[in-house]
Structures are given as C-alpha cells and as structure tokens.
Design a protein around this ligand. Structure first.
Ligand code: AHG
Ligand code: MN
Ligand code: MN
Ligand code: MN
Length: 338
C-alpha cells in the first residue's frame, strides 16, 4: 500500500501526543523554523536569477572575520524574524550576529527556549550552485523566566540540547531533526509546499567507507590525523580499504551524506588554527546531538563534543563526527600519535 504522506507539521503533532507533558511550545518553535526554511529555500533556488538581491558578497564581515554573503544575512534575518514572531523563544545566537540577540517583547520574557544557529552553512558554495544548509540548536533557558536572557543561557554544554536539526538545500531540500527520540528526515515537496516524512528514524552505519576532510590542509594536520588518513588510504580488502574521499565543502551536505551512507567528517586543528574552523555552539553541538541520536559519535579527537563546557559564543573546536567505528579509530590514532 502506498505510504500515506505525513507532513512535518502532522508528525510533530502526532509525536506531541506521545508526550503529554510537552506543552506544544517546542512544536510551535519547530514550525517557525519550518516556515523560515521554506522562504530561504525559495530564495536559494532563485539565487542565480537575483544575484543583485541575494547573490555574491554583502561587502561586510561577520565577527569571525568572514566576508558575509548576501544570503548569509538574508537567511539570518529570515530565521531570526520567524523565531521572534512567536512567543516560545526569548533569544537567539547566530554565526552572523556578533552578540546574542535578546527578544525583549514581554511575550518572550516568559519564553522557555533559546536557539543557536548557523543560518547558512557552506555559503562559499552559493554562487557555484553547490548544496548549502542551515543548522539549529535548541536549549531551555537557564536564567530566571521573566528576566532578560543572559550569556549563561547560550553557553550550555551540548548535552543540554532539547532539539537540534539542519536543513540541506540540495538536489532536494530536506529538514532533518531530533528532539532526543531518534532522527527523522522530511523532504520538501514544492507542489504541496510541505516537508513530508521520507526518512524516519535515521541510523548511521557503525562502519562507513567514506572519509571527508579538506586534504589541502594536510601539512598542517596533527600527526594523528595524518596517520588516520594513511590508514584510510591503505589497501586492505578485508576492511574494504582504501576508503573513498568525498568533500563537498558544506558541512551539512558532507554530514548528511555520512548519516545516510556511513562515513567520517573531520575538520581538525591545524598549525595555523589550533581549534580548527568549525564553531562548537551552532555547528558541532547540533550535529553531534543528531549523530549520537542516530548511533554515531562526535569528538574533538579526544573527548565527547557535547560535554565541552563553552566559554565563548563563537568558539571553535576540532571536529571528528560520523560512524562510531571510524571516529573511534581516528581518536585512537590521535591518542597514539599526538
Ligand atoms: P559557513 O559557510 O557556515 O561559514 O561554514 C563553512 C564551513 C563548513 O560548511 C565547511 O565544511 C567548511 O567551512 C569548509 O571549510 P574549508 O573551505 O576550509 O574546507
Ligand atoms: Mn560563515
Ligand atoms: Mn557553517
Ligand atoms: Mn554559516
């Protein structure tokens, strides 16, 4: 019998029924992310046609010192406005905002949640029509309800996340999320204007045969990473090596492929970047939550990503994420050779 199409909205409500304690606020929050994702998706699909509006660089730099693409700023504003429009979120932090943004409308001062996001991941790929993404991470506030949010609300370890997800704007657009009960993927059907359930309870294969890393930085890698890459490239039929190398240059796209097929993504420290490039709070933690929920693993080469106690909003961390057997092997080599 043909699968009955379940939309993301229906799925959230159905799952909501399984948790009587949930008051529907998280469901409503996820719905505002869903709506913003549809708008950003529409603009990404037109990027080549409206370069004056959303193509190319914005001419400004973000706090990371990166040149902002117009679509970085557009996506940031779309998600920020969508989250501010309802009453569930009391503040957000974003790759594209220097500081966290407190929503000071009195409706929000009693709101329960804060959201951290990378509104557009892989933005250097926009003008060459390669997949990009959005990443989000949701926590309960820890500060007093009714009071403005504080930095402590945003500097929580990843283990405190109540939900996380990403949108991958690829050959099809998918929204994939977890609320701590497995990872579920929804594919956007433009003819319906809905995200429809396509990948329920995603499990990442324990062993994969794909490694994903920017090998252009090889000479700067720690010895343990160099040794792991040589391990991946050795011929060993019994363990199906050499593995395949795949690097899209969009974290969300490389991560999503590994979630479905198995594999490891590594962005290590370098002699010129002691903490690597990726940001702990709105890239590494949300994807780590999803990897673990799907049976995978995420470390900095030595410790579990989600147990790192953040000290700064935009702090970076070396990142090893994907199939648990592959991350364990890479960590083993980091311990042995670093
Ligand atoms: P963002 O576009 O949000 O700044 O993130 C870019 C990240 C990530 O998406 C990607 O995997 C990585 O940067 C690519 O970095 P390199 O170009 O240094 O390989
Ligand atoms: Mn960026
Ligand atoms: Mn990013
Ligand atoms: Mn980004």
């Amino acid at each position: 019998m043909r699968n009955i199409m379940i939309t993301l909205g229906e799925y959230i409500i159905k799952n909501q029924a399984d948790y009587p304690s949930a008051t529907g606020e998280l469901s409503s929050l996820l719905s505002s992310i869903r709506r913003a994702a549809k708008i950003v998706n529409r603009e990404i699909n037109r990027a080549g046609l409206v370069t004056d509006i959303i193509g190319g660089s914005n001419g400004s730099e973000n706090v990371q010192g990166e040149v902002q693409q117009k679509l970085d700023v557009f996506a940031n504003d779309m998600f920020k406005n969508a989250l501010e429009a309802r009453g569930e979120v009391c503040g957000i932090a974003s790759e594209e905002e220097d500081h966290y943004v407190a929503f000071d409308d009195e409706r929000q001062s009693n709101a329960k949640y804060i959201v951290l996001m990378d509104p557009l991941d892989g933005s250097s790929n926009i003008d060459v029509n390669v997949s990009v993404g959005t990443i989000f991470s949701i926590y309960r506030r820890v500060s007093e309800p009714g009071q403005p949010v504080t930095m402590d609300d945003f500097l929580q370890p990843g283990v405190n996340q109540v939900a996380a997800g990403y949108v991958v704007y690829g050959s099809s657009t998918m929204l994939v999320y977890t609320t701590g009960n497995g990872v579920h993927g929804f594919t956007y059907d433009p003819t319906l204007g809905s995200f429809c359930l396509s990948h329920e309870n995603i499990r990442i294969p324990e062993q994969g045969y794909i490694y994903s890393i920017n090998e252009g930085n090889y000479i700067r890698f720690p010895e343990g990473v160099k040794k792991y890459l040589k391990f991946c490239q050795e011929k060993d039929e019994s363990s199906k090596r050499p593995y395949s190398s795949r690097y899209i240059g969009s974290l969300v796209s490389d991560f999503h492929r590994n979630m479905l097929k198995g594999g490891i993504y590594i962005y290590p420290s370098g002699t010129n970047s002691p903490n690597g490039k990726l940001r702990l709070l709105y890239e590494c933690n949300p994807l780590a939550f999803m990897a673990e929920q799907a049976g995978g693993k995420a470390t900095d080469g030595f410790r579990r990503i989600m147990e790192i106690k953040p000290t700064e909003l935009h702090q970076r961390t070396p990142y090893f994420v994907g199939s648990i057997d592959m991350v364990n092997k890479a960590d083993e080599m980091m311990a042995e050779f670093s």
